[in-house]
Design a protein around this ligand. Structure first.
Ligand SMILES: [Fe+2]
Ligand SMILES: [Fe+2]
Length: 187
């Protein structure tokens, strides 16, 4: 749950930026891009990614109590809501950059939502789900989850920058070079 602590630190930064936007009505597109990059890459693809693709996937196979299953479904719905809100924030920022001052209120409200959402979501997981959910796993299964999580993390930085290169190639009309896998692939 160490990742929750880093997310909380970025949410504190987001909180400051929301208050500034509400006071001045001048969104900072670069600050929004930085916050969105963190939310998308770290909080969503890496952190929520491991929750959904590893932990929840394995919990789906278990006979959970009604209360635990309801909580897991609630957490999954939270992830969807946060993705939708981040997407809407990016769209509002794009409108603002095109000169639509009406987008400022939308930007502030989407940022405000995210700043309020994460602490509540994290508290649900920290205090009401992750620890009780561990009872469904044996020691060996818990170790397998850890191993798979580490492998997921290892691949993440490569996925992130491959995506960035692909987007830049498309913008620059550069045809991607073929990448042949070989034994030196750790470098
Ligand atoms: Fe989560
Ligand atoms: Fe989480």
């Amino acid at each position: 749950m160490i990742e929750h602590r880093l997310i909380e630190r970025m949410i504190a930064v987001l909180r400051v930026e929301v208050d500034r936007v509400k006071k001045t009505s001048t969104p900072d597109a670069v600050a929004i891009d930085r916050i969105v990059d963190f939310i998308r890459t770290y909080a969503d693809q890496t952190h929520h990614g491991k929750e959904e693709d590893i932990l929840f996937r394995e919990l789906q196979k278990k006979e959970q109590s009604d209360e635990d299953r309801r909580m897991m479904e609630d957490l999954i719905a939270d992830h969807v809501k946060s993705r939708e809100t981040t997407k809407a924030l990016v769209a509002a920022k794009e409108c603002y950059l095109k000169g639509d001052d009406g987008a400022v209120a939308e930007i502030a409200s989407r940022m405000e939502f995210l700043a309020g959402f994460y602490p509540v979501h994290i508290e649900k997981e920290d205090k009401h789900y992750f620890i009780p959910a561990m009872k469904y796993f044996t020691k060996e299964e818990q170790e397998a989850l850890l191993r798979e999580g580490r492998e997921f993390d290892r691949k993440m930085i490569h996925r992130k920058y491959e995506q960035l290169v692909m987007e830049n190639e498309a913008t620059a009309h550069v045809v991607p070079k073929k990448m042949d896998p070989n034994w030196m692939d750790f470098l």
